[in-house]
Design a protein around this ligand. Sequence first.
Ligand code: 5GP
Length: 131
Amino acid sequence: MASIFSKIAAGEIPSYKIAEDDRYFAFLDINPVAEGHTLVIPKREEDYIFDLDDDQYAGLQLFAKRVAKAIKKAMPCKRVGVAVMGLEVPHAHIHLIPITKESDMNFFGGKLQPSPERMKEIAEAIAKEVE
Ligand code: 5GP
């Protein structure tokens, strides 16, 4: 069965899309730890990121770099933090999180719940900066 992220990449489940190409897809995390928290995934489903073959893995990182640069331009932050960590969704994903201090990368505090309008606004602002 396709993962929820495969369905998002296929457009079968709606998301606040940031960018895509033929192999990768970026969209806002639905429960962000900071505004602009973005997930970057390979369209081809693989559970564990370090099981990707070298080409897919390198491509994912380069795609994430493009998206991170766009987040940095669109969101007020000092840097964009990167994390690969969770066990929740069995589809490889990179978290990109705009931060002004290290404690902004807090996955264990309260998550934000921006309104749909705000999520749309953030996604559009970041998407506009993707080169
Ligand atoms: P992890 O597997 O790294 O713990 O985290 C999975 C992330 O995916 C979480 O931050 C969670 O908020 C996000 N997430 C889970 N389901 C969905 C979904 O249906 N849509 C979006 N946009 N994000 C999701």
